[in-house]
Design a binder for this molecule. Structure first.
Ligand SMILES: O=C(O)Cc1cc(O)ccc1O
Ligand SMILES: [Fe+2]
Length: 450
């Protein structure tokens, strides 16, 4: 019985449902009933509204939460000293970034010493923090030792650990994020990252509109990432009087200051604007059960819409375990040029279009309009393989696809981990060989095995 109660307490420690209206309190009675801002809050707490959208955003896009905290956020600020983290790049200006003409790929980066903010190595950047459009894709190393608290005004952040679970402590509560899961932290939220075992993480900054679930259209009411699988933290706070080291980020610049208390002082909150986690293994992958390889939009987990309907600022796309059954079909991704720019990474396993050289913790960039597709090995194998049902297992790749062209940072251009021979993966491709006969009909000969 004791075990049972303990177990249900653990299970209850997350709130389920994407953008649901959540309510959570560390003590019964913290949340006012029937109003947000009473003359006096319970226990002398301060009420504070945290907005995630303009006040006037339409229904379904209007995001805000009410917090009941020991101190209002104005007490969680300091004048601060400016501090530089040169490798975390948030503007596509010419001094730190380069145009990416060619397909590019990187091996996993080496682990960087120090705290995770100084370890951030931005690889690609689209748009800028100042324009509030686009994204940045970075790698960071998280060590078990004490880390600063970050407050990032530039972006909603999406993190995915590669080799060990991480914990995100926020004002809203705590999220444990396992390998194979993602965590999303709202713009301007205080967050502390921690881990028991060193791990690298993929870090996406979304400078545009907050992530939402893609419209399912003809798919119907279920499938892809299901709403109920998104988990939100329950209120938990630190009554810490010891110093807290905070780093604040705005338009790509940083400053640091020390608080004499913890900013994680929220005893209860209600609303639809909060951090969340999602286990990517729960993604309900849909695909062709007849023929041909569908567009990868079918794998979209989250989307940040742009001003143009149907065009994403960022789509977060995931390629996990799935069955391939399509008949008379070249099953891996086809050769293509995409109007969107594609940054890819691999959490574990092998990606079917790139069986060689695309490694867990590595990354690739295929910029807008840049031709790419299966490497020569993948092409020659898949064009003759037997088309019985085939399971892709133990694999988890992802793509950040943006309508804004991506640049690479000077670090990414010059890193030892950059694979300078990446484009050679297509060098053995042979031209289609056919002989024009007297009847004007090409005499077809299959390619790929030349
Ligand atoms: O380039 C890639 O590997 C990503 C990708 C996958 C896919 O299944 C279809 C198109 C696409 O861009
Ligand atoms: Fe692609």
């Amino acid at each position: 019985m004791v075990f049972h109660l303990l177990f249900s307490a653990l299970v209850m420690s997350y709130l389920n449902g994407f953008r649901n209206y959540h309510s959570t309190e560390a003590y019964a009675g913290v949340l006012p009933i029937g109003q947000n801002s009473p003359q006096q809050c319970q226990f002398g707490l301060y009420a504070e509204q945290i907005s995630g959208s303009a006040f006037t955003a339409p229904n379904g896009h209007n995001l805000r939460s009410w917090m009941y905290r020991i101190r209002p956020s104005v007490a969680h600020r300091g004048d601060g000293e400016s501090v530089e983290f040169d490798h975390w790049v948030s503007q596509s200006d010419d001094s730190k970034t380069h145009i990416a003409f060619d397909p590019l790929r990187w091996n996993p980066l080496e682990n960087i010493e120090g705290h995770w903010i100084e370890s951030v190595r931005t690889l690609t950047i689209a748009g800028s923090a100042s324009s509030q459009t686009g994204m940045s894709a970075s790698m960071a190393t998280l060590h078990p030792q004490q880390q600063p608290v970050l407050q990032n005004h530039d972006a909603e952040m999406l993190v995915m650990p590669i080799s060990a679970p991480i914990t995100l402590r926020t004002e809203y509560g705590v999220l444990d994020v396992a390998v194979g899961s993602l965590g999303v932290i709202p713009r301007s939220a205080f967050v502390a990252l921690s881990t028991e075992k060193m791990t690298q993480i993929y870090l996406l900054e979304n400078y545009g509109a907050p992530f939402e679930l893609p419209s399912r259209g003809a798919i119907g009411a279920n499938g892809l990432a299901n709403e109920r699988d998104f988990e939100y933290p329950t209120a938990s706070y630190i009554e810490q009087q010891t110093a807290t080291w905070v780093i604040e980020k705005r338009e790509g610049r940083f400053r640091e200051f020390t608080l004499e208390h913890s900013p994680f002082d929220v005893l209860g909150w209600h609303g639809n604007h909060a951090p969340y986690r999602y286990d990517l293994r729960r993604f309900n992958t849909l695909g062709s059960i007849s023929y041909d390889h569908p567009d990868p939009s079918i794998f979209t987990v989250l989307t940040s819409p742009s001003q143009t309907a149907g065009v994403a600022n960022i789509d977060v796309v995931v390629f996990g375990d799935r069955w391939l059954v399509a008949e008379n079909t070249f099953r891996p991704p086809w050769y293509h040029r995409n109007v969107m720019a594609e940054f890819m990474g691999l959490i574990y396993g092998t990606y079917d279009a790139k069986p060689n050289g695309f490694l867990p913790g590595g990354a690739s960039l295929h910029n807008a309009g840049s031709p790419h597709g299966p490497d020569y090995d993948a092409f020659s194998t898949a064009s003759v393989s037997e088309l019985s049902p085939h399971k892709l297992s133990g694999t988890l790749a992802f793509m950040f696809e943006t309508s804004v062209p991506q640049r690479i940072t000077s670090f990414a251009a010059n890193a030892d981990e950059r694979q300078n021979d990446y484009v050679d993966c297509w060098k053995d491709i042979q031209p289609a060989s056919f002989i024009i006969t007297g009847s004007k009909e090409p005499n077809k000969k299959s390619n790929g095995q030349a």
